[in-house]
Design a binder for this molecule. Structure first.
Ligand code: ATP
Length: 327
């Protein structure tokens, strides 16, 4: 069967915002225009799709945004899109604007919604991986991850100064409810003594033992990086447990939403430019229901469903490396 040629592409950002989303929007708009297509921006993700908050974009709509965090199209979470009725309304908006292909910039929730929408209404969707968590299969890195790690690292470096001065334990909580990619990267690059992430079982006994032996060895700064989703709890809870067992004083710093903001790093801007452009090209090639990603420096297309059903593994060697190098 001959696939219908795409003439009008709708682009939206959805779920948690990530630095580099703007660079991806810019790439989608300008690549689409380069190929002679019309591009329409859908504001506030699926919420705006349902409400029909859609506007035509030109090359100047995306001027001066490559360096900005957040997303000019805004983002939202939409309960209504979980329902058939909500998706039906969204389909009406899409057809009213004669949009015949979609680029969805977001994380796994966004892609789950996209698959449902495609299966029900047949509107081709291509996903662009943008989430600070880096927890999508089918790409080595997601847009926003590198910036989030860099932002967290700047805080860790500052905390290290005060930790060193006072000989104190600092537990620093980073984002990652289900995934420890940020925790692992920040821990290794920040020279942490311990990294606690959801993918591995954290051993409180071993940590307490080490903390006590460090105290004897007069080791200066002690940095423990905790992913918010670690099974032992958040940084505050774990700090309390360590203090109860060892009697050693500690401080907690939760980095929170600072990790989502700020200008994207060069790496995130390049990845966003590459993948935003590749998403349009995938749509024009007649692809649907795939995510574009970068694996081993090559752009690849992965079925959307695989991006959350298959698990991207963390690099456990880094955990071991952290133990060896922080002694
Ligand atoms: P992040 O990983 O940064 O949180 P995300 O894309 O995973 O980003 P979610 O909040 O999980 O963010 O999902 C964004 C939106 O996608 C939801 O608010 C909802 O509207 C839609 N969505 C998620 N899962 C489904 C689903 N199973 N069916 C229909 N829509 C869904």
């Amino acid at each position: 069967m001959m696939k219908k040629e795409i003439e009008r592409i709708g682009v939206f950002t959805s779920g948690g915002d990530a630095p580099g989303m703007n660079a991806a929007i810019r790439a989608v708009v300008r690549t689409g225009l380069y190929h002679g297509k019309e591009i329409h921006g859908i504001r506030r993700g699926y919420y705006g799709m349902i409400e029909g908050d859609i506007e035509k974009m030109g090359p100047r709509s995306v001027s001066n945004i490559i360096q900005r965090g957040g997303t000019i199209l805004k983002t939202a979470r939409s309960q209504a899109f979980f329902t058939r009725e909500g998706r039906q309304k969204a389909y009406r908006s899409v057809t009213t604007h004669a949009i015949d292909g979609l680029v969805a910039i977001g994380g796994d929730g966004t892609f789950r919604g996209a698959v449902e929408f495609f299966e029900e209404f047949g509107v081709p969707v291509v996903g662009v991986p943008a989430t600070i968590d880096n927890d999508l299969y089918g790409t080595d890195f997601t847009i926003g991850f590198d910036t989030a790690v860099d932002t967290a690292l700047q805080s860790v470096d500052k905390i290290r100064d005060t930790a060193q001065s006072h000989d104190r334990i600092f537990l620093i909580e980073v984002m990652g409810r289900q995934a420890g990619f940020i925790g692992l990267a920040v821990g290794v690059s920040g020279g942490a003594e311990h990294i606690l992430i959801p993918e591995t079982k954290s051993d409180l006994d071993a940590i307490c033992e080490e903390v006590q032996s460090w105290a004897l060895k007069q080791k200066g700064s002690r940095i423990i990086i905790v992913s918010e989703g670690d099974e032992l709890g958040g940084a505050a809870e774990i700090g309390k447990k360590i203090a109860e067992r060892t009697g050693i004083d500690y401080r907690v710093c939760v980095l929170g939403h600072t990790q989502r903001g700020g200008a994207p790093t060069a790496r995130d801007r390049i990845l966003a430019s590459l993948l935003g452009s590749a998403a349009v090209e995938a749509l024009l090639d007649g692809e649907a229901n795939v995510m574009v990603g970068e694996v081993n420096s090559k752009v690849v297309r992965t079925p959307l469903r695989d991006t959350w059903e298959k698990k991207k593994a963390i690099d456990k060697r880094l955990l071991q490396l952290c133990e060896i190098l922080s002694r």
